[in-house]
Write a protein that binds this ligand. Structure first.
Ligand code: CAA
Length: 383
């Protein structure tokens, strides 16, 4: 029985900053951001969008096309959690009117959280093939105004339905995992901003990719050339480009071109949305599905990385008709609906979002009708 991704939805908030504007404001050459980092725009979340609301909005992209009663598991991966105790998934479950019998909880290991959720979901469906599982990754990347990491911020969520006989990507057995207890990126409980040793984090990412890719190929008796695409967690697109260069380092021209083209297709959304931590790898997948022109059966390698640090390489095959399950025009419309904000406007939104609203202060959203948002707290209960 093949189990895998049957539905996928992306949400990003309705504001963005242009990287050329940000470069000018920070006295940097725009090409550092556009080429050196590989980002052209960055989504900005105001106070009304948080991990929960974005997760609901991402799931709304496909909720009308599934049988909600079959969902037996809902796992939410995030490093932008909104409560130290209660799972973000419970808010989602209520908003989407899922049945009470669903098992639901939140997982955390930095950007690895959605991959962890996906693997739990895959195993759940294998044991309960008549049920489905929903997994959501949702994050706001905040490093701080004027920091080196600022250009690698972003906000958004990816939600996926996992089931037997999936319509998009059938996951293969096996994986290669690698972890080490290190301090490349972390966020203490009392901080809304991430702390990071940026250069070190990029070295560890590449090291974990090399290790897991080599081990996975060995385990599965695969050659690099067997892959039709390798996609990556993209904290910024240059990071994936560097990993992809390692992947093709000893390959012939045809393989190099094939994997470069598929990488280029997979980075399009990330270039405009920015880092969405847990969901970034799955935004690469969506971008590949929308832009890659790959045939059914194509073998896709997926590299997940979560700082702290955890890496995992696994693979899947595209399913016949997968193109019908994505909506490139709809995603383009969502990106186009975003309002461009100036750097001073973004800074104000950023600083406001660092503070929680006063209890009983009602927040209102300027997003389009039907978009879920955080409306503030009443008696310290989130609305
Ligand atoms: N034209 C073209 N390229 C230029 C340029 C110009 N005018 N000026 C500079 N560049 C290039 C540089 O040569 C460099 O390229 P290489 O990396 O290929 O050498 C690139 O632009 C970046 O320049 P710097 O290294 O000087 O950039 P920086 O010191 O400002 O920091 C960063 C870059 C470390 C990535 C920083 O943005 C950061 O800390 N980001 C957050 C951490 C991060 O995302 N780490 C990724 C791995 S961890 C992870 O994946 C988990 C997660 O999601 C956080």
């Amino acid at each position: 029985m093949r189990v895998g991704i049957d539905k996928i939805g992306l949400f990003t908030p309705n504001k963005y900053v242009d990287m050329v504007d940000l470069a000018h404001a920070r006295n940097e050459d725009p090409n550092k951001y556009l080429i050196g980092i590989g980002q052209s725009e960055m989504s900005v979340a105001d106070q009304t969008q948080d991990a929960v609301s974005m997760g609901i909005n991402a799931t709304m992209k496909y909720i009308d096309r599934i049988d909600k009663d079959k969902i037996g598991l809902l796992v939410f991966g995030t490093e932008s959690g909104i409560d130290q105790s209660k799972s973000a998934s419970l808010f989602v479950k209520t908003a989407l009117k899922l049945k009470p019998e669903v098992r639901t909880f939140e997982v955390k290991e930095a950007c690895f959280g959605l991959t962890a959720a996906l693997m739990i979901a895959r195993d759940f469906v294998r044991v309960h093939p008549d049920k489905t599982a929903m997994v959501i990754g949702s994050d706001i990347a905040r490093y701080g105004i004027g920091t080196a990491g600022e250009v690698t911020q972003g906000a958004g969520s990816v939600s996926m339905l996992i089931k037997a006989d999936p319509a998009i990507l059938a996951l293969n057995d096996g994986h290669s995992a690698y972890s080490e207890d290190i301090n490349d990126f972390w966020r203490p409980n009392d901080s809304k901003l991430a702390m990071v040793d940026g250069k070190y984090s990029t070295q560890v990412y590449l090291d974990f990719f090399s290790k897991t890719f080599a081990d996975y190929k060995k385990q599965k008796k695969l050659e690099t050339n067997d892959f039709d695409a390798i996609i990556y967690h993209l904290p910024f697109t240059k990071m994936g480009l560097k990993a992809n260069r390692l992947a093709v380092a000893d390959q012939d021209e045809a393989t190099t071109e094939k994997l470069q083209n598929s990488f280029d297709a997979s980075k399009q959304l990330s270039r405009r949305v920015g880092n969405i931590y847990t969901a970034s790898l799955y935004m690469s997948l969506l971008s590949l599905l929308e832009n890659g022109n790959l045939p059914a059966g194509a073998l896709v390698g997926l590299f997940s990385y979560g700082s702290g640090a955890m890496g995992e390489l696994y693979s899947g095959n595209l399913v016949e008709g997968y193109e019908k399950e994505v909506n490139a025009a709809g995603d383009e419309k969502m990106l186009k609906r975003r309002q461009k904000v100036s750097v001073p406007e973004y800074e104000e939104i950023f600083n406001t979002a660092l503070d929680d609203p006063e209890d009983n202060e009602e927040l209102t959203s300027d997003d389009e009708k039907g978009t879920w948002y955080f409306a503030g707290t009443k008696g310290n209960i989130r609305q």
